[in-house]
Design a protein around this ligand. Sequence first.
Ligand SMILES: [Zn+2]
Ligand SMILES: [Zn+2]
Length: 148
Amino acid sequence: MAELDISDQLREAGLRVTRQRLAVVRVLREHPHATADAVAERVRALGVTISTQAVYDVLAALESAGLIRRIEPAGSPGIFEARVHDNHHHMVCRRCGLIVDVSCVVGEAACLTPSESHGFAVDEAEVTFWGLCPACQRIAAGERGEPR
Ligand SMILES: [Zn+2]
Ligand SMILES: [Zn+2]
């Protein structure tokens, strides 16, 4: 994973290249769907000194520059990812909170065409699928006393 190309992205977005911004983008590319706290922890694990407030500031700057995306499934804290501009969706486990990416199910254009646009010029659709991940399905089956 080239730091160089992250630097280019930052510069193209009009952001000054700092160690902290580089580290945050790198962490999010390697560990998508991370909370701000999780990002802070991983950035520090890379040996970069950063305060929790600074993490929030960096995330906000990267988000408004369009380099990262913030999603907020109901009942969950804000979650960040570096996969942007592909209109992908998310599947969330109700039980353990696992989040996985789902590519647009019926094609990009269809997902962007609601049955009623109410006059909006729609440029993004965000769908969250909820359910139980495979591990949680096994746990739930065990709790019901079903054979695994
Ligand atoms: Zn689960
Ligand atoms: Zn995602």
